[in-house]
Design a protein around this ligand. Structure first.
Ligand SMILES: *[C@@H]1O[C@H](CO)[C@@H](O)[C@H](O)[C@H]1NC(C)=O
Ligand SMILES: *[C@@H]1O[C@H](CO)[C@@H](O)[C@H](O)[C@H]1NC(C)=O
Ligand SMILES: *[C@@H]1O[C@H](CO)[C@@H](O)[C@H](O)[C@H]1NC(C)=O
Ligand SMILES: *[C@@H]1O[C@H](CO)[C@@H](O)[C@H](O)[C@H]1NC(C)=O
Ligand SMILES: *[C@@H]1O[C@H](CO)[C@@H](O)[C@H](O)[C@H]1NC(C)=O
Ligand SMILES: *[C@@H]1O[C@H](CO)[C@@H](O)[C@H](O)[C@H]1NC(C)=O
Length: 328
């Protein structure tokens, strides 16, 4: 009974180890001794002093790819090895990935023993990455690096390395208004760094324009209009004495309190601000006009009275004269 149990647990362990072995070996890059870039050349060194009488074989993953016996090439080309018998691999493609092993037999047929093999991996060089910027809501910005699979990434903010190793970096916009972000991607054969990118979530504001609207019987509403309207614009109102009134896009007042008050609005975001021209209400007109055609009303009143007196005087004079004539 106990023996059976032990055997069972041994089997479990064996299966477990087997699984581990497959998990590890399936990540092919973990099995490389040497990395080389696509298109480059690599020479697999023969760590043995070759004699002319020796027979040399090179294997790639158990396949015989080169065989030379007593200086006569039987498999492969003369050029495949150099004068020391090292294997020359040129114009590498991913197909050249594999385990390269030499074998040497002396003239009498005896083996020269186990010689070291090399596991070569051929990878493409990384492309120069790009950083893209996305303004997210609530005042955040994302920077995303165009990193490929199996490539490592590091971030720089104003040429200083950051901790983050992820593809996307999130920051509060107000913390990085002018900061330059770039990413460095690398694999075992190369590395490239992107051009730096800055946030541009905030627009530079233009001068705002104030419009006046008469609301209800006795109220006036000033509206501060901006051409670009994003979520981050703040509005502030001032009167002529530069006393801050209220914030918000509109300002509503009792008309009689602000008959001649000049209002300005200040629009701002974290990178710029602008101030409007002043605006005065035009809803409330005093019931007795003090001016007509730009001429004071008293001119008209005075002129009218003078005219009246002239008419009366003229009439009186005429009457008196007429009466005298009749008497004569
Ligand atoms: C890789 O090898 C396969 C078969 O050996 C061949 O069909 C393919 O064209 C090769 N690819 C390159 C890029 O050499
Ligand atoms: C980066 O952008 C350039 C130009 O748009 C493009 O040619 C290149 O392939 C991009 N790189 C990556 C890694 O996406
Ligand atoms: C910004 O990045 C965060 C974290 O990676 C992600 O959850 C979010 O969806 C991204 N937002 C946008 C708009 O890309
Ligand atoms: C990019 O990262 C690689 C790998 O970590 C490193 O060798 C290389 O020096 C880095 N490049 C720059 C410009 O920092
Ligand atoms: C003024 O009020 C009218 C009616 O409520 C509205 O149609 C108009 O757009 C307003 N004008 C401004 C500048 O707010
Ligand atoms: C307008 O608002 C901005 C941001 O609050 C501020 O820096 C600036 O001084 C204000 N300008 C005036 C004239 O009040």
């Amino acid at each position: 009974m106990r023996i059976v149990k032990k055997m069972a647990s041994a089997a479990t362990i064996a299966v477990f180890l087997l699984c581990c072995y497959f998990i590890v070996s399936s990540g092919s890059q973990a099995d490389c001794d040497v990395y080389a870039a696509t298109g480059s050349s690599f020479t697999v060194r023969l760590k043995h002093v070759l004699k002319d009488s020796d027979s040399l074989r090179w294997f790639k993953n158990e396949n015989l790819i080169f065989h030379r016996r007593s200086k006569k090439v039987i498999i492969g080309k003369n050029d495949d090895v150099d004068s020391t018998g090292s294997l020359k691999l040129t114009q590498l493609t991913k197909n050249n990935t594999g385990r390269y092993a030499p074998q040497i037999h002396r003239a009498d047929g005896t083996s020269a023993g186990d010689l070291p093999s090399v596991r070569l991996c051929v990878l493409d060089r990384v492309q120069k990455p790009n950083v893209t910027m996305t303004c997210t809501d609530k005042g955040h910005v994302n920077f995303t690096c165009s990193v490929g699979q199996n490539e490592k990434i590091t971030w720089f903010m104003d040429d200083e390395a950051l901790e983050e190793k992820e593809k996307t970096l999130t920051r509060e916009i107000k913390d990085v208004l002018k900061a330059r972000f770039s990413c460095n991607v690398s694999n075992s054969v190369s590395s490239e760094i992107s051009l730096p990118v800055q946030q541009n979530c905030y627009a530079t504001l233009q001068k705002p324009h104030v419009t006046v609207n008469c609301t209800g019987d006795s109220e006036v509403t000033f509206t501060c209009a901006v051409s670009q309207k994003d979520n981050y614009v703040e509005f502030k109102w001032f009167n002529k004495e530069n006393k801050q009134q209220e914030s918000g896009e509109t300002l509503t007042k009792k008309t009689k309190d602000v008959v001649n008050t000049r209002f300005f609005c200040n629009v701002s975001n974290p990178i710029s601000y602008h101030i409007s021209d002043p605006a005065v209400q035009n809803c409330f007109k005093p019931s007795f006009p003090t001016e007509l055609l730009g001429i004071s009303i008293w001119v008209f009143i005075g002129g009218g009275a003078g005219l009246l007196i002239l008419v009366i005087v003229t009439a009186t004079v005429c009457c008196v004269r007429a009466r005298r004539k009749r008497r004569i």
